[in-house]
Structures are given as structure tokens and as C-alpha cells.
Design a protein around this ligand. Structure first.
Ligand SMILES: [Zn+2]
Length: 123
């Protein structure tokens, strides 16, 4: 499964979730359909930091359509932390980080090994 894009309206929803959770972090599972990320599933629980994010991933559902994860960085850093790179392999191959102030220039996608990965925004 190769991901080549994300739906624009889903990206907008992720930014809204980031704003709603701010100054806390949120974490969610991304699902794909035919190579396009088009669905987000919240995980149960309240996320307040990187370490709790990794615990929540133990509760994630099993599905063949899971593309990866999305979480926010309220400090605006658009790079995976050490904790992020440790939990990426447990949750799929593509990982989006969105950062404060949560608009179109404040997101990046990373592969499972923490390398920057360009995906298209699909209308
Ligand atoms: Zn992080």
C-alpha cells in the first residue's frame, strides 16, 4: 500500500482537531482508501504529552486500511520526537505531524523511519 495523497477536507479537520486540543496534543489514526488518506479515527483517552500518546496506540483497532497516525505538536515543531520515531512502526507506515498554529503550512508527513515524505493534497 502506497499513500500518494490526503483529502483536503480531512486535512482541514485535522487542523481543527489540533486547535480544539491546544495546548494539549491530540493523536488519531488515519485510514486510507485506494492510496488516499480519507478518514480519521480518534483513540480513546486524553492525550497530554508524547509518552501518553505511545500508550494509546496499544488500544488501536486492527484494520488493513490503517495508513498511519496523525498527532499535533502544540510547540509548533514539525519534526518527529524520539518518542514519535519509537511508536511510528506500531501504527502504520505514514505519519502526519501538525503544529501550532494549525494551518496549511503547518503539517508534514513522515515515513515509518522518520524521513520526510511528500504527499499531495487532493481536492
Ligand atoms: Zn510528536
Amino acid at each position: 500500500m502506497t499513500i500518494h495523497g490526503i483529502k483536503g477536507e480531512l486535512l482541514d479537520l485535522l487542523f481543527q482537531m489540533g486547535r480544539d486540543a491546544h495546548p494539549n496534543e491530540f493523536v488519531a489514526i488515519l485510514k486510507e482508501n485506494k492510496g488516499v488518506i480519507d478518514e480519521v479515527n480518534l483513540l480513546p483517552g486524553t492525550v497530554t504529552g508524547e509518552s501518553s500518546a505511545s500508550l494509546l496506540f496499544d488500544m488501536m483497532p486492527l484494520s488493513t486500511h490503517i495508513a498511519g497516525s496523525c498527532h499535533s505538536h502544540p510547540n509548533g515543531m514539525l519534526l518527529p520526537s524520539d518518542a514519535d520515531v519509537r511508536f511510528f512502526p506500531r501504527t502504520g507506515r505514514y505519519h502526519i505531524i501538525i503544529g501550532y498554529p494549525y494551518n496549511n503550512t503547518n503539517w508534514r508527513c513522515f515515513t515509518v523511519d522518520g524521513q520526510l515524505c511528500k504527499i499531495d493534497v487532493i481536492a
